[in-house]
Design a protein around this ligand. Structure first.
Ligand SMILES: [Zn+2]
Length: 77
């Protein structure tokens, strides 16, 4: 989560929104497939999703790098 880019409510444009934990299967699908997190506006209580790459992509890339660098030991035939 980037603190320099506040999430803004698409309905009332308020920045008084808080992260809403995944509650439904749809939330989970959006989060896993599109990296979209659920948010809840504290001003108008509107619930919405926002694309948020966050650290998921970085973690995946670093995992790939680790996988590439960690070559399996050659086995004698
Ligand atoms: Zn709102």
């Amino acid at each position: 989560m980037s603190m320099k880019d506040p999430v803004r409510c698409p309905k009332c444009a308020s920045t008084d929104v808080r992260y809403s934990y995944t509650q439904t299967t749809w939330d989970l699908i959006l989060d896993l497939l599109f990296s979209m997190d659920a948010f809840r506006c504290r001003s108008c209580r509107h619930r919405f999703h926002k694309f948020d790459p966050g650290d998921d992509t970085a973690d995946a890339e670093s995992a790939v790098q680790e996988a590439k660098s960690a070559k399996p030991a050659q086995q004698h035939e």
